[in-house]
Write a protein that binds this ligand. Structure first.
Ligand SMILES: C[S@@+](CC[C@H](N)C(=O)[O-])C[C@H]1O[C@@H](n2cnc3c(N)ncnc32)[C@H](O)[C@@H]1O
Length: 217
């Protein structure tokens, strides 16, 4: 469900939770120091247009926009999209974050449909589907648990990879937990961070389209 916290922000919460105990979006808290050298930004390569096909609560979209990408952020859960839209509106009204928020266009819908219907050519398509659940692993942070509660397990993420690989884009970057296999084949490049890795598939040398056809067959 979605409610309002005591400061009036829209928040994602479990049924019956008290106001203020959910997850809202507040980009004022996002640390931007050192982002240019972060594995996420290095994986996404030269600045350009980027489709974040799994926007969630927009944390990665905001960092990518702060680094200079023009981001189209796509989220298919109406509840999650509403909370993100609320956070983006507040970021647009704050002098410190307004320029960054202006680089993010939020679209609600399934990224597979949006990619299929679009004429756009993106420099990068970025995917961060829900991680596969691993028994015995540490409890995920609350916002991630609440998003999973709202959207489920993203079991179609290989099909989303396939759609991304068939789209006009220079590279596809997939965020994965260290314990999980690649979404499809071995990536061309891997950028490691403490908590995740970024599997990077490049257009040059290898046809992403052929890889996607491999998935479909
Ligand atoms: C792990 S969260 C993404 C977290 C995000 N990177 C962040 O920084 O907040 C995955 C999100 O992708 C969304 N999603 C998964 N598949 C999608 C699709 N095909 N189209 C649009 N959204 C999708 C889910 O609804 C969920 O909100």
């Amino acid at each position: 469900m979605v409610g309002r916290d005591p400061e009036g922000r829209l928040e994602l919460a479990v049924e019956g939770a008290r106001s203020g105990h959910g997850a809202s979006v507040d980009f004022r808290r996002t640390t931007l120091r050192g982002i240019s050298s972060s594995p996420l930004i290095r994986a996404c390569g030269p600045r350009g247009t980027l489709l974040d096909a799994t926007a969630g609560l927009g944390g990665d979209s905001f960092i990518l926009a702060a680094a200079g990408f023009s981001v189209t952020a796509v989220e298919r859960s109406p509840l999650v999209a509403a909370v993100l839209r609320d956070g983006l509106a507040r970021a647009a009204a704050e002098p410190r974050t307004a320029t960054i928020a202006a680089r993010i266009e939020l679209r609600e819908g399934d990224a597979r449909t949006i990619i299929a219907a679009s004429q756009s050519v993106w420099s990068v398509i970025y995917l961060d589907p829900m991680y596969p659940v691993k028994s015995g692993s540490a409890l995920a942070p609350k916002p991630i648990r609440l998003v999973r509660e709202a959207v489920g397990d993203d079991l179609d993420s290989r099909l989303l990879f396939c759609a991304a690989a068939q789209a006009s884009c220079g590279r596809v970057v997939v965020k994965r937990p260290h314990h999980a296999e690649s979404l499809w084949c071995e990536p061309d490049l891997v950028f490691e961070s403490k908590l995740a890795r970024y599997d990077t598939y490049l257009r040059q040398g290898k046809s992403l389209r052929a890889m996607a056809q491999g998935i479909e067959s």
